[in-house]
Design a binder for this molecule. Structure first.
Ligand SMILES: [Zn+2]
Length: 77
């Protein structure tokens, strides 16, 4: 499994490609995808990068919301 990037030794993330129906491995540092044979398939597209950033923002926001809820609950008690 190409779990670690050959270029930067960073950890790769398995990303399922809905169009190709395969899992490619993404290095977030080098911003490229390899297949299970560790062959570089393509680079991370800008739209994909934006999508990932948007997801990350949503994730951060959901943490903030949960934190607010917990504070509120504490106030009630
Ligand atoms: Zn890398």
């Amino acid at each position: 499994m190409p779990l670690f990037c050959k270029q930067c030794n960073g950890r790769r993330l398995p990303i399922f490609q809905t169009t190709e129906k395969v899992t490619l491995w993404l290095c977030e540092k080098c911003e490229n995808f390899v297949d299970s044979q560790d062959t570089i398939i393509r680079e991370l597209a800008k739209s994909e990068k934006d999508e990932r950033n948007a997801k990350l923002e949503n994730f951060k926001n959901s943490i903030v919301l949960t934190g607010e809820k917990m504070t509120r609950r504490k106030g009630v008690n």
